[in-house]
Design a protein around this ligand. Structure first.
Ligand SMILES: [Zn+2]
Length: 249
């Protein structure tokens, strides 16, 4: 998680960042030897790295976001996995980023030959560690589930009979950059009574505000749900204005 935070803050010393600070380094990506080693290239766009994301077990398609800025892609991915409480894939997401960084250092500083399988193996080992750490944290706290404050959220029925049950949960989120109005939206479908992710999607767009990007994400998620035949949909959102708009308040 700290590593992820450093990525967001530009604190990972990739070659392009070191060059800006006046440090003389080989600027070329050590994996592909083609382009400059930037955060975007090293962790997502490199021809060596991109297939690793395809091979990892994320259950939703983020293709629509891949042409957007790396940090936007990063924040939507983390937001979606956290909102879906999909801790296993969230740990895997960070494990793969960390494995890419460790492998890059092995190639760059130790002249090791690294294959895609080597990187995925490192990622899987760190994922196991991450899940074990999470399990031990949960068992050591041993406090049981904390009661959810009533003020934390509210529920409302938009249409239909609330006692008839739901087909699927829709969890969506959007991100927005005020500098160029670029926006990203993502959504996942989750079982109502288990953490199983049934799919989802993501797409990039332009937006005029953070609220609009969240509305877009919810709208596209609903449209995708209808096209899959889901009619009784439980919508989760952490965006209070969106909830108020949906309930006409
Ligand atoms: Zn490369």
């Amino acid at each position: 998680m700290i590593f992820g935070w450093k990525i967001i803050q530009g604190g990972i010393p990739v070659a392009s960042i070191l060059a800006i600070r006046g440090i003389s380094v080989d600027l070329v990506c050590c994996f592909s030897r083609r382009k400059q080693e930037t955060v975007d290239h090293l962790f997502r766009d490199c021809d060596f790295v991109a297939p690793l994301w395809v091979r990892s077990s994320f259950h939703f398609n983020s293709q629509g976001l891949l042409h957007r800025p790396f940090l936007q892609w990063f924040s939507v991915m983390v937001s979606l996995l956290a909102a879906a409480k999909d801790w296993e894939n969230l740990v895997q997401f960070f494990s793969l980023l960390w494995a890419i960084w460790l492998s890059r250092n092995n190639v760059r500083f130790r002249q090791q030959i690294v294959s895609p399988d080597d990187v995925l193996l490192i990622a899987s080992q760190w994922k196991v560690r991450g899940m074990q750490a999470q399990d031990s944290h949960l068992s050591s706290s041993n406090l049981g589930p904390s009661p959810r404050p009533a003020s934390l959220g509210f529920a409302a029925t938009l249409a239909g009979d609330p006692t008839s049950g739901f087909d699927i949960c829709l969890i969506s989120d959007g991100s927005w950059s005020s500098s160029d109005n670029s926006a990203g939206a993502g959504w996942v479908f989750r079982d109502c009574d288990s953490p199983l992710i049934r799919g989802g999607g993501a797409r990039a767009s332009l937006s005029s505000s953070a609220l609009q990007s969240k509305l877009q994400a919810c709208f596209w998620g609903l449209r995708s749900a209808f096209s899959r035949g889901f009619c009784r949909i439980l919508i989760y959102s952490d965006c209070e204005p969106l909830c108020l708009m949906l309930t006409h308040q």
